[in-house]
Design a protein around this ligand. Structure first.
Ligand code: GDP
Ligand code: ZN
Length: 310
């Protein structure tokens, strides 16, 4: 029987079978690890084969190849990582230009990480009911910037349920990582998407974890129209990812596009003569805010900088 792992409590995995049952499953002791560097061979989002036994539980016998997965390093000292979720169809970053301010550095770090993980991202601007003229103008400028680079944007008001029908369509049948600074309205939004369930605003994780704060626990929230939202405890976004200096520009599509015209093949686009990226910034082909975010990742790759709550 094939199915999807929707919950992971460390020892048990809940598998939603293709015929609609939820079967509590375990991994066989001699299970061959797909990725020996990870502390958990199976994660939410994995498609698996299970053998159901007489008691109605099952053993996971096979994991399908993942199209992508997001990880967190098990500890600062260890090279081992923990797979938080697999097979993400998309990530949505909830952004507020005010109340609270989401900075472009924050947005760009999220986007770069998503690029590194090969997860398509969309920016969702929330609280449009609250913005005054200058906030609105700034929001439109950001929307113009990011759509030009290739990141779709939409505007919603979670509180008054404006723009949510379109969002529901986009979530249907997909596995979506929902992220954003605390206070941007994530819980409010999820409440509106899940009629009947009332999440306490301000603390999605609390509701889902019921006090379990182990690093191995994660769960997907099932949407009424099909599809899942991923919420992970401790890490609200992607967590940490290690990028080599030379790699970082690959995750800024418009910077990468200009970089092949730089004089030096190993140009860091910081100060080198003949740098086509710096020239493109000066000529406004690349936005200064994006360039600043690129530099901030390059110069300050400390782990904390990649965390959402930095
Ligand atoms: P979270 O930390 O991202 O889960 O944010 P919450 O859902 O707890 O929302 C934080 C605050 O913003 C709460 O007071 C919400 O009522 C408020 N809020 C959420 N969405 C909107 C919105 O669309 N407009 C306005 N004006 N307030 C909102
Ligand atoms: Zn350069």
């Amino acid at each position: 029987m094939k199915g999807l792992v929707i919950k992971n409590t460390g020892s048990w995995y809940s598998v939603r079978t293709d015929d609609g049952r939820t079967i509590e499953s375990k991994i066989k002791g001699n299970f061959r690890l797909k990725d020996i560097r990870s502390t958990n061979p199976v994660s939410v989002g994995d498609r698996v084969d299970i053998d159901i036994n007489n008691e109605g539980t099952a053993f996971i016998t096979e994991i399908e190849d993942r199209k992508n997965y997001i990880v967190r390093r098990a500890s600062n000292l260890s090279k081992q990582s923990h797979i938080i979720a697999a097979n993400l169809d998309q990530a949505m970053l909830i952004v507020t230009v005010n109340y609270p301010i989401t900075t472009t550095v924050f947005i760009d770090r999220f986007l770069a990480t998503a690029e590194a993980y090969r997860v398509p991202v969309k920016l969702i601007f929330n609280k449009i009911d609250r913005y005054h003229a200058d906030d609105q103008e700034y929001m439109e400028a950001l929307i113009h910037l990011y759509t030009t680079i290739g990141y779709p944007c939409s505007k919603i008001c979670a509180k008054k349920e404006i723009g949510l029908d379109e969002l529901r369509e986009e979530l249907k049948g997909k596995i979506t990582l929902l992220s954003g600074h605390s206070g941007v309205g994530k819980s409010t939004l999820i409440n509106k998407l899940l009629p009947g369930v009332n999440l306490k605003t301000g603390d999605i994780s609390e509701y889902h974890n019921k006090g379990m704060h182990t690093t191995t626990f994660s769960e997907m929230i099932e949407l009424p129209d099909g599809g899942f939202i991923i919420d992970t405890p401790g890490i609200k976004g992607f967590g940490t990812i290690e990028m080599e200096d030379a790699e970082i520009s690959h995750y800024f599509p418009e910077i990468f596009k200009h970089s092949d015209k730089c004089r030096f093949g190993n140009c860091s686009h910081r100060h080198e003569p003949g740098c086509a990226v710096i020239e493109a910034v000066e000529n406004h082909y690349i936005s200064e805010s994006r360039y600043r975010s690129y530099l901030s990742i390059l110069t300050d790759k400390g782990e904390s900088k990649y965390r959402e709550d930095f």
